[in-house]
Design a protein around this ligand. Structure first.
Ligand code: GDP
Length: 233
């Protein structure tokens, strides 16, 4: 499939394990710290300006948005992590949800991890990778915002990420491909598309549509926080 994410369509939003669509067609997941550039990367790959869009309101961003790709495969846009203003219990809840999804989702064929190349690999990225890499599945690490660097800066930023990966996960380096990327300058799009296509294969999937679930905020309400409009949504 030449442009695997183009013509992707929003399918449903999921806020807890019970709402996950039954595993069927192959699924690729996109993860990254808040503000790393994940939505921009998805939009660049989709050639759409607002397929995935971030709301900086914590409650809203803490969901998995599923998109259906042209061949029937799924793209899971995972909640951005590390958002400073999220209450601690809620943060833990979502980190656990994410970790569980990545470790146990049967239909997951690969993870695209979006990392801001200026900041490199963060501790939360490593924690997420630690839970995922043992599954043996591949990672496309999009080192994004490369437009902020000149040619030698781009090479150095990529090398720094590769060094950190090799130090943290010496047994898993072969599973991770670091691809210099920029949504704004469209750097790395073709390389990313080639990898995603490779994961998804050529088959067409005609999975029975999982019934869209009407989403209500299901995250636990941290103790001591008021119900209703005072709680950030
Ligand atoms: P998300 O929270 O990970 O989904 O991040 P967004 O895609 O919303 O991007 C966060 C910020 O980084 C926004 O201000 C974007 O305009 C900016 N951004 C995202 N990708 C790029 C990129 O490739 N280059 C540059 N220069 N800025 C980017």
């Amino acid at each position: 499939m030449k442009h695997p994410v183009r013509h992707a369509e929003f399918l449903l939003t999921v806020a807890n394990d019970e709402q996950l669509p039954p595993p069927g067609p192959p699924e690729i997941a996109f993860a990254g710290r808040s503000n790393a550039g994940k939505s921009s990367a998805i939009n660049a790959l989709a050639s759409r300006s607002r397929l995935a869009f971030t709301s900086k309101t914590p409650g809203r961003t803490q969901q998995i948005n599923f998109f259906r790709l042209r061949n029937g495969a799924l793209l899971a846009d995972l909640p951005g992590y590390g958002y400073a203003a999220v209450p601690q219990d809620l943060k833990r809840h979502w980190q656990e949800f994410l970790a569980r999804y990545l470790a146990t989702r049967q239909s997951l064929v690969g993870l695209a991890l979006v990392v801001d190349a200026r900041h490199g690999l963060a501790e939360l990225d490593c924690r997420l990778l630690a839970g995922y890499l043992t599954s043996g599945r591949p990672v496309l690490l999009l080192a994004t915002k490369m437009d902020k660097f000149g040619a030698s800066g781009q090479r150095e930023a990529k090398r720094a990420i590769e060094r950190d990966l090799a130090a943290a996960f010496p047994a898993h380096v072969a599973q991770v491909a670091v691809v210099p990327f920029s949504a704004t300058r469209r750097i790395g799009i073709e390389t990313a598309e080639a990898m995603l296509s490779d994961w998804l294969g050529d088959a067409e999937y005609d999975a029975g549509e999982p019934a869209p679930v009407a989403v209500k905020e299901k995250a636990p309400r941290p103790r001591g926080m008021a119900r209703g409009p005072k709680y950030p949504r």
